[in-house]
Ligand binder design. Structure first.
Ligand code: SF4
Ligand code: SF4
Length: 345
């Protein structure tokens, strides 16, 4: 059976048209008993202006508020170093990018603690992931509106709604597991033996030798130490293959999606070669297309991929992003078969 993907050309993304889609998908009635509703947003890295515009986020916030609910903008810390690596500087940057309560009518919650150290493991027992490390406070949310900015990605080809869930709502250790085959390591010439990392390690895996801190085999790969080291001495091997990163992303997406109510939205606007984690503003590689919305994350990504793959495949000829879509379909996350329903209002 085909999934329905609702489509709005960019010029028709208005409060009224979004309201119409929320009615047509029958998403809003599902929220009646929801205790906490999250709106997953990527606030954009410092120096990058291609992130989703706050006015679009506000449209969704207002429709949910009209139900008498109070949605929260939810996000997690990054694995790489930067302002989005820690909760406080992440929120400050989000404000600088216009995601203030005055602008979007909702507050922000970073779900994985002050430095990305707060996670909980959920058993999945799949081919690549046994226990998924998910942002701890995600457990408070029983419904999520997944707002993704669709763009290219140098590791997995493209980033859409599935990536926004898998990378975006996993904890630091989950991101590490998807991006790397190994645990973090200490770059000895940078370590000053300050011992700061020892107290943050939940596995007692760090000891101090004469020369530097040492990470031993007890390490569970939570990546908490990466953010706390003042010298940036704890490093990550970004060495996972594209194929396995995509498959691990699919398994993480499954772990995160289950037992929640979802609406998935791909904004195919300012489609850049790389994701909004880049600390620079890239030029789009093609004209804007619009907004795609579906209850089915696989159909939602497939619909935009079909309209962007000619361009994105030229950027990353060595990557086959359809591995993600095929594997997600195999895991039962959705279907690649879809029907477009264009809203005419
Ligand atoms: S050493 Fe391993 S377990 Fe300890 S904080 Fe670092 S990544 Fe986590
Ligand atoms: S926090 Fe960094 S500099 Fe300090 S002991 Fe640990 S690895 Fe070395």
């Amino acid at each position: 059976m085909k999934s329905i993907v609702y489509y709005l050309p960019t010029s028709k993304i208005t409060t009224n048209s979004i309201r119409q889609i929320l009615i047509d998908t029958r998403f809003l009635p599902q929220l009646v008993n929801a205790k906490n509703i999250g709106i997953k947003v990527h606030f954009g890295e410092e120096g990058n202006n291609n992130y989703l515009e706050p006015r679009y986020v506000q449209m969704f916030v207002n429709e949910i508020k009209a139900l008498g609910k109070k949605p929260t903008l939810i996000e997690t810390s990054t694995l790489y170093r930067g302002r989005r690596q820690n909760r406080d500087s992440h929120i400050k940057l989000a404000f600088e990018h216009g995601f203030t309560e005055d602008n979007v009518n909702a507050t922000i919650k970073i779900l994985d603690g002050a430095r990305g150290e707060a996670f909980e493991e959920t058993m999945v027992n799949l081919n690549y992931i046994q226990k998924a490390k998910i942002a701890q406070k995600l457990r408070d949310y029983d419904a999520v509106v997944n707002l993704a900015h669709f763009k290219g990605h140098f590791v997995v080809g493209f980033g859409g709604v599935i990536k926004n869930i898998a990378m975006g709502l996993s904890a630091k250790g989950g991101k590490l597991e998807m991006h790397s085959q190994t645990k973090p390591y200490v770059k000895t010439d940078k370590c000053i033996n300050c011992e700061t990392c020892i107290s943050t390690c939940p596995a007692d895996a760090i000891t101090i030798s004469k020369r530097s801190a040492i990470i031993d085999s007890n390490c569970i790969g939570c990546a908490s130490c990466v953010a706390i080291c003042p010298e940036n001495a704890i490093k990550i091997n970004w060495n996972e293959s594209s194929i396995l990163t995509q498959k691990k992303m699919a398994e993480y997406a499954l772990a995160i999606i289950r037992n929640r109510i979802w609406l998935h939205c791909n904004f195919a606007i300012r489609i850049t070669p790389n994701c909004d984690c880049m600390d620079r503003t890239e030029n789009p590689v093609m004209p804007d297309i619009g907004l795609f919305i579906s209850l089915d994350p696989v159909a939602c990504d497939q619909a935009v991929w079909d309209r962007t793959k000619d361009k994105i495949n030229k950027l990353y000829p060595q990557i086959n992003p359809e591995i993600l879509l095929t594997y997600c379909e195999r895991l039962g996350l959705g279907t690649r078969q879809y029907e477009i329903c264009e809203i005419k209002k």
